[in-house]
Ligand binder design. Structure first.
Ligand SMILES: [Zn+2]
Length: 300
């Protein structure tokens, strides 16, 4: 198995076109003003080369939510920064807020890294998937402390994951939550997705019809499921909803237990795959597109 980031199917880094660099730099110069520096604990969720020496880092901070900041000299080997702005690096940062929306990073000290992820490609993909959901699912300066904490817990749990079968998706273990130190990879990802959905206001309702509120009496029964309608749907409401899918009682029950932070029951491989499909579908509906890394996480 490939174990290096160089085997990634696409680059997570993008170079900004020269024209827009010149224009944006000018805009940055005329808009800068004296604003107090902010301190935050941050996960690097995206990096963009800005110039020969500088880089724009997209940071998901615990205190402020998503922040995009220019790191002047951030591409030099010997820079003012203690970190290379590698994806998923956790750092303590100081930055100056700018009206332009692109803040200025003045300090960055490494707090935590997850080097074991680079020895395990499925776990690395899962980590990058977490970064993608943080970068693209949240708005600038919209803090979500539980989401930040869940991301850190998920990355730690992915690091201890042994990926026993090497495939990431197929695992002999039952679904467990991300905080479980021996949690398997799909369960860790699923638990994170449920926190992400919850924080964005799309936590699926599973105990009653999301449209009419009728209680689901038989939890083992199949039911319609619609992420945008808000969860499970009764037989009367379901057919009217465009993005409905049919879900098994087992998969829905696993979602319910996972969303409450518990250990889901042992499931056959088919139901585990269904849980992944339902959550991938829900995340895609909320994001408005399929996350780029989802196919590498789920192997399909
Ligand atoms: Zn209904």
């Amino acid at each position: 198995m490939a174990n290096s980031v160089t085997s990634l199917p696409f680059s997570m880094y993008h170079t900004v076109g020269s024209r827009s660099i010149a224009e944006s730099r000018f805009a940055w110069k005329i808009r800068r003003g004296n604003v107090a520096a902010e301190k935050a604990l941050a996960i690097v969720v995206r990096g963009t080369d800005w110039s020969e020496t500088s880089r724009i880092a997209t940071l998901f901070t615990r205190e402020f939510g998503k922040v995009r900041a220019l790191a002047k000299g951030g591409r030099r080997l010997k820079s003012n920064f203690d970190v290379a702005f590698d994806l998923l690096t956790v750092c303590e940062v100081v930055f100056i807020r700018k009206a332009s929306g692109l803040d200025l990073l003045t300090e960055a000290r490494m707090n935590e890294q997850f080097p074991a992820l680079r020895q395990n490609l499925p776990a690395l993909y899962a980590g990058y998937y977490v970064a993608e959901l943080l970068a693209d699912g949240t708005q600038d300066y919209d803090p979500h402390v539980p989401l930040f904490d869940a991301a850190i817990q998920t990355l730690r749990s992915l690091e201890v994951n042994r990926d026993r079968e090497g495939a990431g998706v197929a695992s002999t273990r039952s679904l467990t939550v991300a905080v479980h130190p021996e949690g398997d990879l799909p369960a860790a990802v699923s638990a994170f997705e449920l926190v992400w959905l919850h924080e964005l206001g799309y936590s699926p309702r599973l105990d009653a019809c999301a449209t009419c509120g009728r209680e689901r009496l038989n939890r083992n029964a199949r039911a319609f499921f619609s992420p945008l309608a808000g969860g499970v749907l009764c037989p009367e409401c379901g057919p009217a909803v465009a993005d409905r899918r049919m879900a098994s009682g087992e998969a829905l029950e696993s979602l319910r237990v996972l969303s409450e932070g518990g250990d889901a029951p042992q499931l056959p491989a088919e139901s585990r795959a269904e849980v992944r499909q339902l959550l991938g579908y829900a995340v895609s509906c909320v994001l408005g597109r399929r996350p780029r890394l989802l196919r590498y996480v789920d192997g399909r």
